[in-house]
Design a binder for this molecule. Structure first.
Ligand SMILES: [Zn+2]
Length: 423
């Protein structure tokens, strides 16, 4: 048999050995850790709840004979040895942390799907050539520590470790201090330095949007992740009496901010609905009914999948704000910049090929949300697959997904891991 035929057979077998019941049981067990009243979870990064989830993850790994590893950013890996000695591993995973009112599937699904895929290989007695590692990345959500995707960022660029270890939460606790507790909680995990080579990275995730459900598709083969640019705009005017100050004498920071936002909305208007533009925060000072606003702070969250438009439209944000400032002063600060990522090459191709072979309905889909995969894509061939989530609702305690879809995604993941890790 050809090598290609052998690896396709291996992939098919791996997909067939995935257990829906085991996946469902593990998802339910994780959902109990940090459970909220409304069916969601509050398991923010490196809190006692998330540390408990890490301990359970490590325990499951040890039960399967996997080797737990932890790096300097607290990223956890469960390693299954390959037959090819110290070859670079195929890594699959996602994150166990959540938003304060998060859902049961965001992140957790990708971690547990990868664990189930590895157990399916065990069940078949298959040893892959490359090692396989199940990853749980630290602080993906960015709810407790900012920025998000902290663990995968440092994994891709270890030089950022000292800066990002110093980041503090709202209570003044640093990442470094929170990590020390997380590390003590999993003494079985061997410390591994950052900067290890990776053969390929695959992440399964619920879509967190409505497209797959609306189109009636089971698998989304992710084409890329939209680029993002976040700005903070500070408008400075002058507080004045609302009754006595004539319009020509006013420096109304809110009126200026509204002109800026209207100007930005005109430029960002896009009939194709490719652009994502959001002013999510508006803080007016002093926010009193009879005082001309003296200062306004607002945020801009802008996303676009194409590099040229991402650059051109994003570059216009400061210009438009300045052009509409009138008698006020304005300072525009770009607080974070993430380039668009296009998934091309072996992982995306294999996800598509396996999905076809398993005769699942599928479509190409772009991710508007950020994921750890965008950082791994800087290091190695990377791809993602999405499964539908109910009504597209995520970052919400009522987030839900059908076990049949989650299992289908796990079958694809298992087959892709087997095929790329090789017979
Ligand atoms: Zn996520």
């Amino acid at each position: 048999m050809s090598a290609e035929g052998a690896s396709a057979d291996l992939a098919r077998a791996a997909a067939g050995a995935v257990s829906e019941a085991r996946l469902g049981e593990r998802l339910a067990a994780m959902a109990e850790i940090g459970a909220t009243g409304r069916g969601g979870v509050n398991r923010q990064a490196l809190t006692p709840e998330e540390i408990k989830a890490r301990q359970l993850f490590v325990r499951w790994g040890l039960e399967l004979g996997l080797e737990p590893l932890i790096d300097d950013m607290g990223n956890l890996f469960l390693r299954r040895a390959g037959s090819g000695g110290d070859a670079a591993p195929v890594v699959a995973g996602s994150h166990l942390d959540s938003q304060p009112t998060g859902g049961r599937f965001d992140g957790t699904y990708g971690v547990l799907a990868a664990l189930e895929a590895v157990q399916a290989l065990d069940g078949l007695g298959i040893k892959t050539a490359a090692p396989v590692e199940v990853a749980a990345w630290t602080n993906e959500e960015g709810a407790r520590f900012s920025p998000g995707c902290l663990g995968s960022k440092v994994f891709a660029d270890p030089g950022r470790l000292p800066d990002l270890l110093a980041v503090k939460d709202l209570g003044g606790v640093s990442v470094a201090d929170a990590l020390a507790a997380a590390r003590r909680a999993v003494p079985e995990a061997r410390r591994r330095p950052l900067g290890v080579p990776v053969k390929a990275y695959i992440e399964a995730h619920i879509e967190q949007g409505p497209v797959l459900e609306a189109q009636g598709k089971t698998i989304g083969v992710v084409t890329g992740i939209a680029g993002r640019r976040h700005f903070r705009v500070e408008v400075k005017g002058e507080e004045a009496h609302a009754g006595t100050t004539p319009p020509s004498r006013r420096r109304d920071a809110l009126a200026a901010a509204l002109r800026m936002i209207a100007g930005l909305e005109r430029v960002m208007a896009d009939p194709s609905e490719t652009v994502r533009f959001t002013v999510g925060r508006l803080v007016v000072s002093p926010n009193a009914p009879s005082v001309v606003p003296g200062a306004v702070l607002f945020t801009v969250d802008f996303r676009h999948p194409e590099e040229s438009a991402w650059r051109r439209l994003g570059d216009q944000v400061p210009e438009i704000c300045k052009a509409n400032a009138g008698r006020c002063a304005v300072t525009v600060t770009e607080i974070s910049t993430t380039r668009p990522i296009a998934f091309t090459g072996v992982v995306r191709d294999t996800i598509e090929a396996v999905t076809r072979r398993l005769e699942l309905s599928w479509m190409p889909i772009l991710s508007g949300a950020g994921h750890d995969a965008e950082n791994l894509a800087l290091l190695c061939p990377t791809g993602m697959l999405f499964v539908p989530c109910e009504r597209g609702i995520s970052h919400n305690e009522s987030e839900n997904a059908a076990l049949a879809d989650l299992t289908a995604g796990t079958r694809v993941l298992g087959a892709v891991i087997a095929e790329i890790a090789g017979a």
